[in-house]
Design a protein around this ligand. Structure first.
Ligand SMILES: C[S@@+](CC[C@H](N)C(=O)[O-])C[C@H]1O[C@@H](n2cnc3c(N)ncnc32)[C@H](O)[C@@H]1O
Length: 653
């Protein structure tokens, strides 16, 4: 029974159980108790291969019940297999080590046979986990679709708090992220190796928590002793835990409840509104009461159900989350009708342009000249006309006179422009020019302003600088450009999903390509920094559109170490004076959806520590036929220079 349903999106909750011979009974009692799935040990915990083999030392006796006790769909939908927690593959004790390896492989083979969707691996014991990782890596090479969830405590812990054994540990606090990181690096970032986070009563800092949202966390195991007690004696969570759970829900991370009940509540007496006066027992109509963890489950259900529904735009964008797309090349290619239609729906974008044109008209044409002065404006890259419309509306709004040239090089969009002009009766005001703005030379120095939207997610990446340089020759000496400038921004991110998607192509080209992506399962490790700025018109005689920038990012000290899989890129554009639009997160234009961020991957992810800054170099390179970016990291370690000579990714002129 899902925790609740929100616009077709459900979240489920599982429960960690003890070993039980009769798994059918175990499942039934937990499903009746409203849990969606169970996490039981797959093998009798007393089983040891070295003690179990027969007299000849060969053969394995049954270590679990028959697969027939559950149907295949019950196994795959309702059971996550828990691998024996006693295993220690890095033990000094050779017998234990060998027993552990055999057991791990047997259990995973059994779980694959049952078509389980996932198995929970016990946490690495301390910092030395090479043999454990080696065995898991071997298993991953031949695994079906099953995921392996490595159990990792969320809180930084003392070595000896991590699963008891301190034999191979050196002492001092261990950041569990470091254990995870070393394990996944040893397993070469395998996409089927993911994380189950153990959530206990204390939580690390917000920055430290944030890192995990860029990692492949599939499950959060909430321990009953992480719960507080409310005034009525029922379990509840601290504000920070509540916030964390909401983040888990937002990232489709499955919740699992673990441990025995530590609150003395009887489910029969659970009032229907014991929290905030709003709480309804999540599934009381459908479930049989009496599960000892029922009040914990109900509380988790309550947290999910009281979340605000996703705004409509976010719902529309759900399927784009963390989905890599190739950036548009509107200069080299002709955009399709569908693409223009998507642009045109973005009311916020055009209202910002309208505000900018209005402001410029008011500034540049005094009231007394309003009836006599006609401003000549050129919309460069007019598409199907929305900026023409926004400009004319600005003229109407301000009572100024406007003459518009609409320049567009896509002949298909020009067809629509002609019909728009006719439909709106703009024949005396709007002149359509079907040409590339860089080649058209019918007019010289007649244009007062040009208005354009040639911006990509990284500002200049759709070659606005080159196009506007071409158009500048029409501009009067005191002419202006809307936008007057734009700046790109970069920030380092943990983005294991994006990294694995790029890696799945097994091709260098994909690692040297920038992608447009609706970032979601990404940890932003440091505030973004400006990279390249372009201003228009550009009157300098030595102007060049080549750029180079070195950036130094500091990771906040309470984050701990983190993995950088690449860089998120954004832009901000000044349209006119204080009217801007952009997607840089701290100043992003609200409710504008025309642009997702851009992602520049790293071929080899780089681990950064808070005390050693990340040094990054970005170049914008130009030739007569194309523009491209090259990038690299030089500290704390050096990466290769990506996309040398634009060999993998470039934008055609
Ligand atoms: C991002 S679209 C914006 C279209 C329109 N302004 C809108 O907001 O829907 C950029 C437009 O500029 C056009 N374009 C790009 N480079 C151009 C050039 N050098 N000359 C003329 N049009 C160009 C493209 O064909 C495309 O229609």
């Amino acid at each position: 029974m899902p925790l609740g349903q929100k616009t077709g999106d459900s979240r489920y909750c599982g429960v960690e159980t003890q070993f039980e011979d009769d798994i059918a009974k175990l499942l039934a009692s937990n499903i009746n108790g409203c849990f969606d799935f169970i996490l039981p040990p797959l093998m009798d915990p007393t089983y040891r291969p070295s003690l179990a083999s027969n007299e000849n030392g060969a053969g394995v006796p049954p270590f679990s019940g028959s697969d027939l006790v559950l149907s295949p769909s019950q196994w795959s939908s309702h059971v996550v297999g828990k691998i024996s927690s006693w295993i220690d593959l890095d033990s000094e004790d050779q017998v234990l080590r060998m027993d552990s390896e055999i057991t791990l492989k047997q259990e995973i083979a059994w779980a694959s046979h049952l078509s389980l969707q996932a198995c929970l691996l016990p946490p690495p014991r301390g910092t030395s986990c090479a043999n454990y990782a080696r065995c898991v890596n071997q298993i991953l090479q031949g695994l079906n679709k099953m995921q392996l969830w490595l159990r990792v405590p969320l809180e930084k812990s003392d070595n000896d708090a991590m699963e008891g054994d301190t034999n191979h540990l050196s002492g001092g606090p261990v950041d569990s992220w470091d254990c995870w990181n070393s394990f996944r690096v040893l397993c070469e970032h395998h996409s089927q190796l993911s994380i189950a986070l153990d959530v206990l009563s204390s939580l690390p800092s917000g920055n430290s928590l944030g890192r995990w949202f860029g990692e492949p966390v599939k499950s959060a195991i909430i321990h009953t002793n992480a719960f507080l007690t409310n005034a009525k004696g029922y379990p509840c969570l601290s504000k920070r835990h509540q916030k964390l759970l909401v983040e888990f829900f937002n990232h489709s991370i499955q919740i699992v409840i673990s441990g025995g009940p530590v609150h003395n509540t009887s489910t029969e007496n659970v009032p229907t509104n014991y929290i905030d006066g709003k709480f309804l027992k999540a599934c009381s109509i459908f479930c049989i009461d009496g599960h000892p963890l029922r009040s914990y489950l109900d509380y988790i259900g309550h947290l999910y159900q009281r979340m605000d529904p996703l705004p409509e735009q976010e719902r529309f964008e759900l399927s784009y989350r963390d989905f890599l797309q190739s950036p548009l090349q509107p200069l080299m290619d002709n955009l399709e009708a569908q693409t223009y239609e998507t642009f045109e729906k973005d009311v916020v974008k055009y209202s910002q342009y309208q505000r900018a044109v209005s402001k410029a008209l008011m500034d540049r044409v005094p009231d007394e000249d309003a009836c006599t002065t006609t401003t000549v404006l050129m919309v460069v890259g007019a598409g199907r006309g929305p900026l023409v419309r926004a400009s004319l509306q600005a003229a109407e709004e301000t009572g100024r006179k406007l003459k518009v040239y609409a320049v567009e090089k896509n002949p298909n969009a020009v067809v629509t422009l002609h019909s728009l002009v006719k439909l709106e009766g703009w024949e005396n005001t709007v002149t359509i020019v079907s040409s590339d703005m860089r080649c058209w030379d019918a007019l010289r120095k007649l244009i007062y302003w040009y208005v354009s939207e040639l911006l990509g997610s990284f500002g200049d990446n759709e070659l606005s600088p080159e196009c506007l340089d071409g158009a500048q020759r029409f501009l009067k000496d005191n002419g202006i450009s809307i936008p007057s400038s734009y700046t790109s921004f970069l920030q380092p991110v943990t983005a294991s999903k994006l990294y694995n998607d790029v890696k799945s192509h097994n091709d260098l080209v994909q690692f040297e390509t920038a992608y447009v992506v609706k970032l979601h399962s990404v940890a932003k490790l440091s505030p973004s920094q400006p990279v390249f700025t372009f201003s228009h018109p550009e009157h300098s005689t030595k102007k060049s559109n080549q750029r180079y920038k070195k950036l130094r990012f500091e990771i906040p000290s309470d984050t701990g170490s983190a993995m950088v899989h690449g860089f998120a890129g954004y832009f901000d554009a000044t349209l006119y004076k204080d009217v801007h639009l952009g997607i840089e997160p701290s100043i992003a234009t609200p409710n504008m959806f025309s642009w997702f961020a851009i992602f520049f991957p790293l071929r080899t992810p780089i681990c950064v520590r808070p005390d050693s800054p990340l040094e990054v170099h970005f170049w914008r390179c130009c030739s007569s036929t194309k523009v491209w970016y090259e990038w690299c990291v030089t500290s704390p370690s050096s990466s290769a220079i990506h996309n040398c000579n634009g060999r993998s990714y470039w934008v055609g002129l």
